[in-house]
Design a protein around this ligand. Structure first.
Ligand code: HEM
Ligand code: HEM
Length: 197
């Protein structure tokens, strides 16, 4: 699918690591923070949590830009084909080819190895990137609309539609990464340590 992939750069590893922590922060803080259109009912702590959500969210949008830039440099012209394999015939064929080993592994009640699900993993990562892009765009739009609370509220109802996909993504992507790490496949180390594939 991808030719001549470059090693992961420091920008890629750094932006991915900070972004992963920041996303978990956003999910947790959003449970307790104040809504700007309901400030009358909110405590000072809830208002501070909202401000934290907003500033971490805006920083996260910049980090996402850094991650996308680093991924474009790593995969060059193959970047769209790599992360959106269902959009082209070769990608769909490769995805279908991975189904067999996945079904076999499921029958043995053992998760497949990372090498058996490379295309599926990239497809899932593509969905994660699109979900974060959605949060970043709607979050920035809300930040710009703070003096038009009605409009901000409407964008907020769109923003929150990303919550379920984001939770499912983290469960699948981070969950599988940790399972592979536990089995000694070393993917988390590869993402953190320089000069790895
Ligand atoms: C990429 C960055 C961001 C991420 C990942 C993110 C994530 C989230 C999540 C997971 C929720 C909870 C949704 C739910 O459970 O219903 C949420 C809600 C919210 N976020 Fe963000 N957010 C980001 C950026 C921002 C920014 C920059 C703002 C600026 C104002 C913002 C304002 C809000 C508001 C007001 C809500 C409440 C929405 C509602 O209840 O209608 N977010 N965000
Ligand atoms: C929403 C947050 C996240 C996004 C958008 C994201 C995105 C990505 C992307 C695009 C890649 C591919 C990098 C490449 O091809 O060079 C990747 C790889 C990876 N991510 Fe994440 N990630 C997130 C959170 C996490 C978390 C919380 C973990 C914690 C364990 C994690 C662990 C990994 C690992 C181990 C890899 C390497 C996988 C491989 O080599 O096949 N990610 N991530």
């Amino acid at each position: 699918m991808t030719t001549a992939v470059r090693p992961r750069s420091a920008t890629l590893r750094f932006s991915h690591a900070v972004l992963a922590v920041a996303v978990i922060h956003q999910l947790l803080v959003s449970e307790w923070m104040a809504k700007p259109w309901k400030l009358a009912d909110a405590t000072a702590v809830q208002v501070t949590l909202f401000e934290l959500h907003e500033w971490v969210g805006l920083t996260l949008a910049v980090l996402l830009g850094g991650l996308l830039f680093a991924l474009a440099r790593r995969y060059r012209s193959g970047v769209f084909g790599h992360f959106l394999p269902w959009l082209h015939r070769a990608g769909r064929k490769a995805l279908a080819g991975e189904l067999g080993p996945i079904v076999k592994a499921a029958k043995r009640l053992r998760p497949p190895t990372a090498a058996q699900t490379q295309v599926l993993a990239a497809a899932v990562q593509g969905i994660g990137l699109l979900t974060l892009l959605f949060f970043a765009v709607t979050g920035i739009a809300m930040s710009l609309m703070e003096d038009k609370l009605d409009l901000m509220h409407r964008i907020g109802s769109i923003h929150e539609l990303g919550a379920l996909p984001l939770k499912l993504y983290l469960l699948g992507h981070a969950g599988m990464a940790l399972i592979h790490e536990w089995r000694g496949e070393g993917l988390v180390r590869q993402m953190l340590v320089p000069r790895q594939a």
